[in-house]
Design a binder for this molecule. Structure first.
Ligand SMILES: [Zn+2]
Length: 109
């Protein structure tokens, strides 16, 4: 038998996000972020660690947040597009093929 007692758990929630590039502040509002001027906008978080032989520095940790405006300005500088329209990310034929094959399987337990 386990005898339990209440335990308070504290967790951290995002109070606001500051775009590392432009410095604007964004506050959570429901399921999205809102800029200081009230414009709803997504803020994208990036976090990675540089590997060995990186020019930035072995095991250097990089963390930053970019608002939509700054991310768009950044990726528009790319020589090769980094954007894929949502309709191209979903190959309906491949999904249908998967479900056709899955539907033919039988399971026994
Ligand atoms: Zn920004």
């Amino acid at each position: 038998m386990k005898i339990k007692r209440p335990k308070q758990i504290t967790y951290m929630e995002t109070e606001k996000v500051i775009c590392n590039r432009c410095g604007r502040e964004f506050n959570p509002s429901g399921d999205f972020m809102v800029c200081e001027d009230g414009e709803p906008m997504e803020v994208h978080s990036y976090e990675f660690t540089c590997g060995y032989h990186s020019k930035i520095g072995d095991m250097t940790k990089i963390e930053f947040d970019l608002c939509d405006d700054c991310l768009m300005e950044f990726i528009e500088q790319f020589q090769i597009s980094a954007m894929t329209p949502p309709e191209n990310q979903y190959d309906e034929a491949a999904v249908q093929e998967f479900w056709d094959a899955f539907g033919q399987c039988s399971f026994s337990f």
